[in-house]
Design a protein around this ligand. Structure first.
Ligand code: ATP
Ligand code: MG
Length: 214
């Protein structure tokens, strides 16, 4: 059996064509089904539906052979035990620093102010501000980061931005681009050796589809 860990929502939607190219069609839609283990047209392939941040953990421990996770999530996880052979070029967005409209971010940085930064991405944020030599107090949040500057919890946030619509709706502006984000295929290193004859053709099919879409 090959087990693939996926999260619901945009990653699942954008993964469907890649799975199809590898000859895998889910037998149920996880958005409407409450099942967490979803069969496919192939009796040797199943999908497990987990939180986006939990995908690397399932693959690291071998509970899933493969998974698809955002680079944002992989940077926080650290990637131990994971082979990351392929950028799938899906779920693209940017990791950015954002502040309230009118907040003088550059001025605060120049003055050497200590910034309070709210984020789910503490590892990436830590690295970014350390590299710039900016002192920060990181405040860990698990969602709705946009709220933090509006109610005085933080001076800035580090969050994912795609269209910028959510920032705009909350009167925030992006002031720094940290890195581009997309989703990656992750593979359990032991599974790749033990099930190479079944996993490698899937990796090849994914890679061919990514190349064809480029
Ligand atoms: P949960 O909603 O369960 O807390 P989550 O917010 O991490 O988890 P999603 O919002 O579906 O789940 O995000 C999953 C992944 O999709 C992220 O890890 C990121 O790589 C990518 N992603 C997040 N936001 C965007 C976006 N606005 N545009 C494109 N990709 C995004
Ligand atoms: Mg979400």
């Amino acid at each position: 059996m090959i087990t693939i860990a996926l999260s619901k929502g945009r990653i699942f939607e954008e993964t469907l064509p890649l799975l199809a190219a590898a000859g895998v069609v889910p037998s149920e839609d996880p958005e409407s089904s409450r099942k967490l283990i979803i069969g496919t047209n192939r009796d040797d392939v199943r999908l497990i539906i987990v939180r986006a941040t939990d995908v690397p953990t399932y693959v690291q421990y071998g509970a899933a052979d493969l998974g698809i996770a955002g680079k944002d999530v992989l940077l926080e996880h650290g990637g131990a035990g994971l082979y990351q052979p392929l950028d799938l070029e899906i779920a693209k967005c940017k990791l950015m620093v954002a502040v309230r409209e009118g907040y003088d971010y550059e001025g605060a940085v120049k003055q050497g102010a200590r910034l309070r930064v709210a984020t789910k991405y503490t590892h990436s944020a830590q690295e970014h501000f350390a590299a710039k030599g900016v002192h920060v107090d990181l405040i860990k949040l698990y969602g709705s980061m946009e709220l933090a500057p509006l109610v005085g919890l933080a001076d800035a946030i580090v969050d994912l931005v795609s269209t910028g619509g959510t920032l705009k709706a909350n009167k925030l502006v992006a002031v720094e681009h940290i890195r581009d984000i997309s989703s990656r295929l992750v593979v359990n290193q032991a599974a790749l050796k033990l099930k190479h004859d079944r996993i490698q053709p899937m990796l090849d099919a994914f890679a061919a589809t990514v190349a064809a879409n480029a």
